[in-house]
Design a protein around this ligand. Structure first.
Ligand code: XMP
Length: 319
């Protein structure tokens, strides 16, 4: 009879046995997985762990602050906060290919990490919140040959370069189990229940070129959408919901003027592990309300569409 309390105990012993008196560096992405991994590892080895939060400026509204607050105030776990927005936006300038975005972001993370690891005199281990589906999907894709669909930035790279071993205590778990472990570790419910958020952040929700201006527009639209989802009591029934900002302008009319602005896409899916997903069937009245609010409140968007594609054949993210 397997419980999370036992899993916690076993993993803590395993982490201690693996790490010995070595130093571990852990990257926080702002998501549930890396947060749960970090809290668990901190419980196991305390000050031997250094947590680094690389803020790439591609987070959603207020998300960066929430992570910093959770670690510093709620857990009192020391956290290095690297503000790298300018560096990431500069590197993404002119980049439109999805894999090129992912590769740049993955490499920039690794470089920043390497720099932080050097500051603490080197680390022996890199901790990651890799889950079972990440392990599977980065190898192959269900129903097809061994093809990389997307390069997940949280798998590989740094360890070889820096001669570090990996600490991945969540490798056998699915998302719902990670959430249960997070509750067991006392993470606040709002954090544990959070929808997954991809490492490359808003960069892969802005097809075409990523700019600060487009990130700001998307953050506003996404915040309106999620606010309505929460108000309707639907947040927990949905695996993941987010807005995307398309590189397409269309004509509209507002007041007595013509508008020529961007299109915003809305996505919401149900899933158990992210490997397959179904479209969340909102009421038409809900979608109409969200569309009206976004067009009225977010400058730069004059049209909203809903994505009715399940996975497969679509992926959850648009890039
Ligand atoms: P896709 O778009 O491949 O996404 O259907 C499946 C799940 O994985 C998340 N995702 C990522 N998570 N780094 C991450 O940590 C990534 O590079 C990445 N790409 C996609 C996505 O948000 C969804 O939950």
């Amino acid at each position: 009879d397997w419980t999370m309390a036992e899993f916690r105990k076993t993993k803590i012993e395993e982490i201690r046995a693996q790490v010995g008196d070595g130093k571990v560096i852990c990257g926080l992405s702002g998501g549930v997985d890396s947060a749960v991994a970090a809290v668990l590892i901190h419980e196991a080895i305390g000050e031997q762990l250094t947590c680094v939060f690389v803020d790439h400026g591609l987070m959603r509204m207020n998300e960066a602050e929430q992570v910093v607050t959770l670690f510093r105030d709620h857990y009192n776990i020391p956290l290095v906060h690297v503000d790298a927005e300018e560096m990431f936006l500069a590197g993404l300038a002119g980049v439109t290919d999805p894999e090129a975005k992912r590769k740049f972001i993955g490499k920039a993370f690794i470089d920043l990490f390497e720099a932080e690891a050097k500051k603490i005199g080197g680390a022996d281990f890199l901790a990651q919140g890799t889950l079972y589906p990440d392990v599977i999907e980065s190898v192959s894709f269900t129903g097809g040959p061994s093809v990389t669909i997307k390069s997940h930035h949280n798998v590989g790279g740094l360890p070889e370069r820096m001669n570090m071993a990996l600490v991945e205590p969540l490798r056998e778990l699915f998302k719902d189990e990670v959430r249960a472990l997070g509750r067991e570790l006392g993470l606040p419910e709002v954090f544990v229940g959070r929808h997954p958020f991809p490492g490359p952040g808003l960069a892969i929700r802005i097809p075409g070129e990523v700019t600060k201006e487009r990130c700001d527009i998307l953050r506003k639209a996404d915040a309106v959408y999620l606010e309505e989802i929460r108000a309707a009591g639907l947040y927990d029934a949905i695996w993941q919901a987010f807005a995307v900002l398309l590189p397409v302008k269309t004509v509209g009319v507002m007041g007595d003027g013509r508008t020529y602005d961007s299109v915003c896409g809305l996505r919401a899916v149900t899933s158990t592990d992210g490997m397959t997903a179904d479209v969340y069937p909102f009421d038409a009245s809900f979608l109409t309300r969200v569309a009206t609010r976004i067009v009225n409140e977010v400058k730069g968007i004059n049209r909203v569409v809903y994505d009715y594609t399940s996975k497969p054949p679509g992926t959850i993210e648009w890039e």
